[in-house]
Design a protein around this ligand. Structure first.
Ligand code: 8YV
Length: 328
Protein backbone atom coordinates (compact mmCIF):
# COMPACT_ATOMS: atom_id res chain seq x y z
CA UNK A 1 0.00 0.00 0.00
CA UNK A 2 1.28 3.47 -0.91
CA UNK A 3 2.46 5.68 1.94
CA UNK A 4 -0.22 7.95 3.34
CA UNK A 5 0.27 11.69 2.71
CA UNK A 6 1.92 13.44 5.66
CA UNK A 7 0.07 16.23 7.50
CA UNK A 8 0.79 18.38 10.52
CA UNK A 9 -1.81 19.12 13.19
CA UNK A 10 -0.12 22.16 14.68
CA UNK A 11 -1.94 22.36 18.03
CA UNK A 12 -3.51 19.91 20.45
CA UNK A 13 -7.06 19.01 19.35
CA UNK A 14 -9.70 16.37 20.15
CA UNK A 15 -8.14 12.85 20.03
CA UNK A 16 -11.17 11.65 18.04
CA UNK A 17 -10.32 14.16 15.31
CA UNK A 18 -6.68 13.03 15.24
CA UNK A 19 -7.91 9.41 14.92
CA UNK A 20 -10.12 10.36 12.00
CA UNK A 21 -7.29 12.15 10.24
CA UNK A 22 -5.01 9.17 10.88
CA UNK A 23 -7.30 6.99 8.75
CA UNK A 24 -6.23 9.07 5.75
CA UNK A 25 -2.88 10.57 6.65
CA UNK A 26 0.41 10.06 8.36
CA UNK A 27 -0.32 12.57 11.15
CA UNK A 28 2.28 14.49 13.13
CA UNK A 29 0.33 15.99 16.02
CA UNK A 30 1.20 18.06 19.06
CA UNK A 31 -0.22 16.39 22.19
CA UNK A 32 1.98 18.55 24.44
CA UNK A 33 0.42 21.64 22.84
CA UNK A 34 3.76 23.31 22.28
CA UNK A 35 3.45 26.78 20.75
CA UNK A 36 5.80 26.85 17.78
CA UNK A 37 8.01 29.71 16.82
CA UNK A 38 7.84 30.46 13.08
CA UNK A 39 11.15 28.58 12.64
CA UNK A 40 9.80 25.53 14.52
CA UNK A 41 6.62 25.58 12.48
CA UNK A 42 8.63 25.70 9.24
CA UNK A 43 10.71 22.79 10.46
CA UNK A 44 7.69 20.68 11.40
CA UNK A 45 6.01 21.39 8.08
CA UNK A 46 8.87 19.85 6.14
CA UNK A 47 7.55 17.02 4.00
CA UNK A 48 3.91 17.76 4.93
CA UNK A 49 1.31 18.26 2.21
CA UNK A 50 -1.36 19.47 4.59
CA UNK A 51 -1.59 21.58 7.74
CA UNK A 52 -4.39 21.75 10.32
CA UNK A 53 -3.76 25.05 12.08
CA UNK A 54 -5.25 27.62 14.43
CA UNK A 55 -4.80 31.34 14.80
CA UNK A 56 -1.51 30.72 16.64
CA UNK A 57 0.15 29.75 13.36
CA UNK A 58 1.07 32.30 10.71
CA UNK A 59 1.25 31.18 7.10
CA UNK A 60 3.06 33.70 4.90
CA UNK A 61 4.85 33.78 1.55
CA UNK A 62 8.29 33.04 3.00
CA UNK A 63 7.00 29.95 4.80
CA UNK A 64 5.17 28.77 1.65
CA UNK A 65 8.30 29.25 -0.49
CA UNK A 66 10.22 27.01 1.89
CA UNK A 67 7.45 24.33 1.72
CA UNK A 68 6.65 23.89 -2.00
CA UNK A 69 5.08 20.47 -1.27
CA UNK A 70 2.31 22.03 0.88
CA UNK A 71 -1.14 21.70 -0.80
CA UNK A 72 -3.69 22.64 1.89
CA UNK A 73 -3.86 24.85 4.97
CA UNK A 74 -7.00 24.29 7.05
CA UNK A 75 -7.72 26.82 9.78
CA UNK A 76 -9.79 25.89 12.83
CA UNK A 77 -11.35 29.37 12.96
CA UNK A 78 -13.73 31.45 10.90
CA UNK A 79 -11.23 34.34 10.74
CA UNK A 80 -8.10 33.71 8.67
CA UNK A 81 -6.07 36.86 9.09
CA UNK A 82 -3.18 34.58 10.16
CA UNK A 83 -2.95 33.29 6.58
CA UNK A 84 -1.73 35.19 3.51
CA UNK A 85 -4.51 33.88 1.26
CA UNK A 86 -3.19 35.63 -1.87
CA UNK A 87 0.21 34.00 -1.39
CA UNK A 88 -1.48 30.60 -0.94
CA UNK A 89 -3.66 31.07 -4.02
CA UNK A 90 -0.66 32.12 -6.14
CA UNK A 91 1.04 28.84 -5.18
CA UNK A 92 -2.08 26.69 -5.61
CA UNK A 93 -2.41 26.03 -1.86
CA UNK A 94 -5.99 25.47 -0.70
CA UNK A 95 -7.08 27.53 2.32
CA UNK A 96 -10.19 26.73 4.38
CA UNK A 97 -11.89 28.13 7.48
CA UNK A 98 -14.76 27.06 9.78
CA UNK A 99 -17.74 29.41 9.26
CA UNK A 100 -21.37 28.77 10.29
CA UNK A 101 -20.71 26.06 12.90
CA UNK A 102 -19.60 28.71 15.42
CA UNK A 103 -22.08 31.48 14.60
CA UNK A 104 -24.67 30.98 17.35
CA UNK A 105 -22.16 30.08 20.09
CA UNK A 106 -20.08 33.15 19.27
CA UNK A 107 -23.17 35.37 19.15
CA UNK A 108 -24.24 34.00 22.58
CA UNK A 109 -20.86 34.98 23.97
CA UNK A 110 -20.80 38.41 22.32
CA UNK A 111 -24.19 39.17 23.84
CA UNK A 112 -23.15 37.83 27.25
CA UNK A 113 -19.94 39.88 27.21
CA UNK A 114 -21.90 43.00 26.31
CA UNK A 115 -24.35 42.33 29.17
CA UNK A 116 -21.56 41.59 31.67
CA UNK A 117 -19.94 44.87 30.67
CA UNK A 118 -23.14 46.93 30.83
CA UNK A 119 -24.24 45.45 34.17
CA UNK A 120 -20.76 45.30 35.73
CA UNK A 121 -21.02 41.62 36.55
CA UNK A 122 -17.33 40.67 36.84
CA UNK A 123 -16.39 43.88 38.62
CA UNK A 124 -19.08 43.37 41.26
CA UNK A 125 -18.19 39.69 41.66
CA UNK A 126 -14.58 40.63 42.37
CA UNK A 127 -15.79 43.12 45.00
CA UNK A 128 -17.88 40.44 46.71
CA UNK A 129 -15.10 37.83 46.62
CA UNK A 130 -12.68 40.31 48.10
CA UNK A 131 -14.97 40.52 51.16
CA UNK A 132 -15.77 44.18 50.56
CA UNK A 133 -19.59 43.85 50.53
CA UNK A 134 -20.81 45.21 53.87
CA UNK A 135 -23.99 47.10 52.96
CA UNK A 136 -26.61 47.88 50.30
CA UNK A 137 -26.15 51.20 48.53
CA UNK A 138 -28.45 52.87 46.01
CA UNK A 139 -25.69 53.35 43.48
CA UNK A 140 -23.67 50.21 44.11
CA UNK A 141 -22.53 48.86 40.72
CA UNK A 142 -25.31 50.70 38.95
CA UNK A 143 -24.76 50.02 35.26
CA UNK A 144 -26.46 50.77 31.98
CA UNK A 145 -29.67 49.08 30.83
CA UNK A 146 -29.49 46.63 27.98
CA UNK A 147 -33.23 46.14 27.29
CA UNK A 148 -34.65 48.84 25.06
CA UNK A 149 -31.22 50.42 24.45
CA UNK A 150 -29.63 51.00 21.05
CA UNK A 151 -27.44 48.09 20.06
CA UNK A 152 -24.81 49.11 17.52
CA UNK A 153 -23.16 46.43 15.41
CA UNK A 154 -20.01 47.12 13.43
CA UNK A 155 -19.79 44.30 10.86
CA UNK A 156 -23.15 42.69 10.09
CA UNK A 157 -22.00 39.24 8.97
CA UNK A 158 -23.38 35.98 10.30
CA UNK A 159 -22.23 36.57 13.90
CA UNK A 160 -23.27 40.24 13.86
CA UNK A 161 -26.74 39.22 12.73
CA UNK A 162 -26.87 36.61 15.49
CA UNK A 163 -26.15 39.27 18.11
CA UNK A 164 -28.67 41.63 16.51
CA UNK A 165 -31.36 38.92 16.64
CA UNK A 166 -30.71 38.33 20.31
CA UNK A 167 -30.90 42.03 21.08
CA UNK A 168 -33.97 42.82 19.00
CA UNK A 169 -36.07 39.73 19.68
CA UNK A 170 -34.98 38.91 23.22
CA UNK A 171 -34.32 42.31 24.76
CA UNK A 172 -36.35 44.79 22.72
CA UNK A 173 -33.20 46.61 21.62
CA UNK A 174 -33.12 49.03 18.71
CA UNK A 175 -30.56 47.70 16.22
CA UNK A 176 -28.34 50.02 14.20
CA UNK A 177 -25.50 48.60 12.12
CA UNK A 178 -22.71 49.62 9.84
CA UNK A 179 -21.38 47.26 7.21
CA UNK A 180 -19.91 47.64 3.72
CA UNK A 181 -23.15 46.32 2.29
CA UNK A 182 -26.73 46.63 3.52
CA UNK A 183 -28.68 43.53 4.43
CA UNK A 184 -31.55 42.67 2.10
CA UNK A 185 -34.88 44.03 3.35
CA UNK A 186 -36.16 40.58 4.33
CA UNK A 187 -33.21 40.22 6.76
CA UNK A 188 -33.42 43.75 8.15
CA UNK A 189 -37.20 43.57 8.60
CA UNK A 190 -37.65 40.90 11.30
CA UNK A 191 -35.16 42.62 13.61
CA UNK A 192 -35.98 46.15 12.51
CA UNK A 193 -32.27 46.72 11.80
CA UNK A 194 -31.23 50.12 10.50
CA UNK A 195 -28.13 50.61 8.32
CA UNK A 196 -26.33 53.82 9.34
CA UNK A 197 -23.00 55.40 8.45
CA UNK A 198 -20.14 54.81 10.85
CA UNK A 199 -20.37 58.24 12.49
CA UNK A 200 -24.07 57.76 13.25
CA UNK A 201 -23.36 54.30 14.64
CA UNK A 202 -20.71 55.69 17.00
CA UNK A 203 -22.92 58.58 18.05
CA UNK A 204 -26.12 56.63 18.66
CA UNK A 205 -24.98 53.29 20.12
CA UNK A 206 -25.59 52.61 23.80
CA UNK A 207 -23.79 49.31 23.39
CA UNK A 208 -21.45 48.96 20.42
CA UNK A 209 -20.34 45.45 19.47
CA UNK A 210 -17.44 45.02 17.02
CA UNK A 211 -17.71 41.88 14.86
CA UNK A 212 -15.92 42.88 11.66
CA UNK A 213 -13.19 40.64 10.12
CA UNK A 214 -9.66 41.96 10.59
CA UNK A 215 -7.85 43.27 7.50
CA UNK A 216 -5.72 46.26 6.53
CA UNK A 217 -9.03 48.08 5.91
CA UNK A 218 -10.36 47.43 9.42
CA UNK A 219 -7.08 47.95 11.33
CA UNK A 220 -7.90 50.34 14.22
CA UNK A 221 -11.43 50.87 12.90
CA UNK A 222 -12.10 51.94 16.49
CA UNK A 223 -9.36 54.34 17.58
CA UNK A 224 -9.14 57.62 19.49
CA UNK A 225 -11.20 59.59 16.95
CA UNK A 226 -14.00 57.01 16.93
CA UNK A 227 -14.06 56.62 20.73
CA UNK A 228 -14.36 60.40 21.04
CA UNK A 229 -17.63 60.27 19.08
CA UNK A 230 -19.27 57.72 21.39
CA UNK A 231 -21.59 58.51 24.30
CA UNK A 232 -19.85 58.76 27.69
CA UNK A 233 -22.38 56.20 28.95
CA UNK A 234 -21.72 53.74 26.09
CA UNK A 235 -20.05 50.35 26.27
CA UNK A 236 -17.77 48.82 23.64
CA UNK A 237 -17.52 45.05 23.14
CA UNK A 238 -14.87 43.50 20.87
CA UNK A 239 -15.20 39.86 19.80
CA UNK A 240 -13.60 40.41 16.37
CA UNK A 241 -9.82 40.68 16.41
CA UNK A 242 -7.45 42.68 18.56
CA UNK A 243 -6.25 44.92 15.76
CA UNK A 244 -9.74 46.20 14.96
CA UNK A 245 -9.67 48.25 18.18
CA UNK A 246 -6.68 50.42 19.12
CA UNK A 247 -6.18 49.05 22.65
CA UNK A 248 -3.95 51.93 23.79
CA UNK A 249 -6.52 54.47 22.62
CA UNK A 250 -9.26 52.46 24.34
CA UNK A 251 -7.34 52.40 27.64
CA UNK A 252 -6.92 56.16 27.36
CA UNK A 253 -10.61 56.72 26.56
CA UNK A 254 -11.64 54.61 29.56
CA UNK A 255 -9.23 56.48 31.81
CA UNK A 256 -10.71 59.79 30.67
CA UNK A 257 -14.31 58.59 31.04
CA UNK A 258 -15.03 59.04 27.32
CA UNK A 259 -16.96 55.76 27.36
CA UNK A 260 -18.33 53.86 30.36
CA UNK A 261 -16.85 50.39 29.97
CA UNK A 262 -15.47 47.80 27.58
CA UNK A 263 -15.79 44.04 27.14
CA UNK A 264 -12.86 42.46 25.33
CA UNK A 265 -12.36 38.88 24.20
CA UNK A 266 -9.57 39.71 21.74
CA UNK A 267 -6.46 41.86 22.06
CA UNK A 268 -3.66 43.37 20.04
CA UNK A 269 -0.65 41.11 20.61
CA UNK A 270 -2.63 38.44 22.52
CA UNK A 271 -2.00 36.53 24.73
CA UNK A 272 -0.39 39.72 26.03
CA UNK A 273 -2.94 42.29 27.24
CA UNK A 274 -2.30 46.03 27.41
CA UNK A 275 -1.31 46.72 31.05
CA UNK A 276 -3.61 49.73 31.31
CA UNK A 277 -6.57 47.60 30.28
CA UNK A 278 -5.59 44.99 32.88
CA UNK A 279 -5.43 47.70 35.51
CA UNK A 280 -8.85 49.21 34.80
CA UNK A 281 -11.86 48.01 36.78
CA UNK A 282 -14.45 48.89 34.13
CA UNK A 283 -13.19 46.37 31.56
CA UNK A 284 -14.36 42.77 31.29
CA UNK A 285 -11.50 40.68 29.92
CA UNK A 286 -11.78 37.12 28.55
CA UNK A 287 -9.08 35.03 26.80
CA UNK A 288 -10.43 34.73 23.21
CA UNK A 289 -13.14 32.19 24.08
CA UNK A 290 -16.18 33.42 22.15
CA UNK A 291 -16.49 30.15 20.19
CA UNK A 292 -15.54 27.97 23.16
CA UNK A 293 -18.41 25.62 23.85
CA UNK A 294 -17.42 21.96 23.80
CA UNK A 295 -19.88 21.18 21.01
CA UNK A 296 -18.83 24.10 18.84
CA UNK A 297 -15.10 23.55 19.24
CA UNK A 298 -15.70 19.92 18.23
CA UNK A 299 -17.74 21.03 15.20
CA UNK A 300 -14.96 23.44 14.21
CA UNK A 301 -12.30 20.73 14.51
CA UNK A 302 -14.46 18.29 12.51
CA UNK A 303 -15.02 20.88 9.79
CA UNK A 304 -11.30 21.70 9.57
CA UNK A 305 -10.64 17.94 9.28
CA UNK A 306 -13.37 17.55 6.60
CA UNK A 307 -11.64 20.29 4.61
CA UNK A 308 -8.20 18.72 4.97
CA UNK A 309 -9.43 15.25 3.99
CA UNK A 310 -11.35 16.55 0.96
CA UNK A 311 -8.51 18.80 -0.19
CA UNK A 312 -5.97 15.99 -0.19
CA UNK A 313 -8.16 13.13 -1.45
CA UNK A 314 -9.64 14.75 -4.54
CA UNK A 315 -12.88 15.85 -2.88
CA UNK A 316 -14.51 19.26 -2.54
CA UNK A 317 -13.59 20.98 0.73
CA UNK A 318 -16.88 22.19 2.23
CA UNK A 319 -15.65 25.61 3.32
CA UNK A 320 -12.72 26.59 1.09
CA UNK A 321 -11.67 30.23 1.18
CA UNK A 322 -9.97 30.04 -2.24
CA UNK A 323 -11.84 27.23 -4.05
CA UNK A 324 -10.47 28.53 -7.36
CA UNK A 325 -7.18 26.70 -6.68
CA UNK A 326 -9.01 23.36 -7.02
CA UNK A 327 -9.84 23.93 -10.66
CA UNK A 328 -6.41 25.31 -11.51
C1 8YV B 1 -11.12 30.49 17.37
C2 8YV B 1 -11.90 32.71 16.33
O1 8YV B 1 -11.34 29.79 18.53
O2 8YV B 1 -13.01 31.49 14.67
C3 8YV B 1 -12.33 32.47 14.93
O3 8YV B 1 -12.00 33.30 14.05
O4 8YV B 1 -11.39 33.73 16.62
C4 8YV B 1 -12.11 31.63 17.37
O5 8YV B 1 -13.37 31.07 17.14
C5 8YV B 1 -9.69 30.85 17.32
O6 8YV B 1 -9.49 31.65 16.26
C6 8YV B 1 -8.80 29.61 17.26
O7 8YV B 1 -8.20 29.42 16.02
Amino acid sequence: MADKPAVLVARKVFPEVIERLAQHFDVEDNPEDHIHTPAELAQRLQGKVGAFITLSERIDAALLDAQPQLRAVCNMAVGYNNIDVAACTARGVLVSNTPDVLTETTADFGFALMMATARRITESERFLREGRWDRWAYDMFAGTDVHGATLGILGMGRIGQGIARRGALGFGMKVAYHNRSRLPADQEGPINARWVDKETLLRESDHLVVVVPYSAATHHAIGAAELAQMKPTATLTNIARGGVVDDAALAQALAEGRIAAAGLDVFEGEPQVHPELLARRNVVLTPHIASASVATRRAMADLAADNLIAALTGGTPPTAVNPQVLGA
